[in-house]
Design a binder for this molecule. Structure first.
Ligand SMILES: [Zn+2]
Ligand SMILES: [Zn+2]
Length: 123
């Protein structure tokens, strides 16, 4: 399961959205899917992505229907976190601003604080 990072010719999030990976999906509907960040930085750290390949937040601004997509992504994230981390001290939601995208497919980070220290020892 290691060493495939830059080798894939196609978008990993598109593959996840189409369930062609082993990633466990926390939520699926016709617009978005949600799953756990592979490298979580908080007690809960989920990603919500559109099923369609939309590269960045900038690509959203040209399409008015995408405003409802973004609010839907936020809704899904809030619902998952309030279900799975009801005692969290704070929720945080955020898109990367270009050029800081780690994956070139729009994704909403949904974190339930506190942050967790990186131990480097996943078991
Ligand atoms: Zn994609
Ligand atoms: Zn990211």
């Amino acid at each position: 399961m290691a060493g495939t990072a830059a080798a894939s010719p196609s978008c990993i999030f598109c593959q996840i959205a189409r369930s062609s990976t082993t990633t466990t999906l926390l939520h699926t509907d016709e617009k978005v899917v949600a799953f756990q960040d592979i490298n979580p930085s908080a007690s809960r750290h989920y990603l919500v992505i559109p099923v369609d390949h939309i590269a960045t937040v900038k690509d959203l601004r040209r399409r008015t229907e995408d405003y409802s997509l973004v609010s839907h992504m936020l809704n899904v994230g809030q619902t998952l976190l309030s279900r799975d981390a009801p005692n969290s001290i704070q929720y945080r939601f955020g898109f990367h601003q270009p050029p800081l995208n780690s994956v070139n497919h729009l994704h909403l980070h949904c974190l339930a604080l506190p942050y967790v220290p990186r131990t480097g020892g996943e078991g």
